[in-house]
Design a protein around this ligand. Structure first.
Ligand code: PAP
Length: 317
């Protein structure tokens, strides 16, 4: 384990020479580190987790590019894994009391919370590119669940998030400018195409290790995807559970409508200091149609074709 001083020195040395850009979400900067744009507040956590994070074989790691369904998947994973005792808790179910981000922490926040003390199986999250994952995640038997989303909806979600952070009275971020940066891959944990493709390729090579999900498919058939997730985690629903409607209970508990309206998610902030409420908006597939111009759509479709086409990969719009 590195000392705090070592981590701080390493941080200073590494960050000094990295390319830097403004983040479209807030006033912090992004640093380009090993092919990924990392928000400055997270850099030291990333560097330290790269060196110190030790995955355990029974860990479950959720990964995503921001605004692809992270919060939803955190709630679903927490419910699936803990279902045997959760429903007995009724109103004391932690999902009704705190934001899903509190229940499934990011590995690079390990400096502010002791992830070693989380009882197994640990549910942890990351927004890092596959290539940047701490090595033990790849070499251990832990499972990785990846959620992806059509980048046009992902971008619109990110843009709304950034406007919400500015405040209702402030002039919204310029949509065209933000879109241009997004298309150049300059956004937190971008470029989105490297993010998606890294996990897509790895999931094809190691299907028992990495489950690749799409937000659009989850929306279309949430119940089947909940079952698929449970099977992947080797925690399949029993016939009795299915008869008792446990899958539907999880679906309802983790639905946008339910989570969005909880006091815990209407108030307060996450560990990163963002309002809990900013993580719940419309949750629709194709909302980009209400915001992007024809030329923006053309530009993004070209990028998607160029980047994803050769891998026979596509997103539903
Ligand atoms: P994060 O990566 O910063 O944690 P993330 O949760 O991935 O953000 O993205 C937020 C999006 O997920 C929002 O989409 P929208 O802006 O298009 O509406 C949010 O509404 C949506 N979302 C949050 N919770 C749920 C849920 N339970 N079901 C479906 N969508 C959800």
């Amino acid at each position: 384990m590195s000392t705090e001083k070592e981590v701080a020195d390493e941080f200073e040395a590494k960050i000094k020479n990295l390319p830097r850009e403004k983040n479209l979400v807030n006033d912090v900067h992004l640093y380009y580190y090993q092919g990924c744009w990392i928000p400055d507040l997270i850099c030291s956590g990333v560097f330290s987790s790269e060196r110190n994070f030790m995955a355990r074989d029974d860990d479950i790691i959720l990964s995503s590019c921001p605004k692809s369904g992270t919060t939803w998947l955190k709630a679903l994973l927490f419910s699936i894994v803990n279902r045997t005792y959760l429903f007995a808790l009724a109103d004391n179910n932690p999902l009704l009391k705190v934001n899903p981000h509190e229940l499934v922490p990011f590995i690079y926040h390990s400096q502010s919370l002791n992830i070693e003390t989380i009882p197994p199986p640990r549910l942890l999250a990351t927004h890092l590119l596959y290539d940047l994952l701490p090595p033990s995640i790849k070499t251990s038997s832990c499972k990785i669940v990846y959620v992806s989303r059509n980048p046009m909806d992902q971008f619109i979600s990110l843009w709304h998030f950034s406007c919400k952070l500015k405040g209702a009275e402030a002039e919204p971020h310029h949509l065209e400018e933000c879109f241009d940066r997004f298309c150049r891959g300059i956004h937190a944990f971008g470029p989105f195409w490297d993010h998606v493709l890294g996990y897509w390729k790895a999931s094809l090579e190691r299907p028992h290790k990495i489950l690749f999900l799409k937000y659009e498919e989850l929306k279309k058939d949430t119940a089947s995807n909940i079952k698929k997730l449970a099977e992947f985690l080797e925690l399949p629903f029993s016939e009795d559970e299915e008869k008792q409607g446990v899958v539907e209970e999880i679906l309802t508990l983790c639905s946008l409508e339910n989570l969005k309206n909880l006091a815990a998610n209407k108030n307060g902030t996450t560990r990163t200091g963002f309002p809990n409420s900013a993580y719940f908006r419309k949750g629709e597939v194709g909302d980009w149609k209400n915001f992007l111009t024809a030329s923006m759509v053309e530009r993004m479709e070209k990028i998607m074709k160029e980047k994803f086409g050769k891998y026979n990969f596509s997103f539903e719009s």
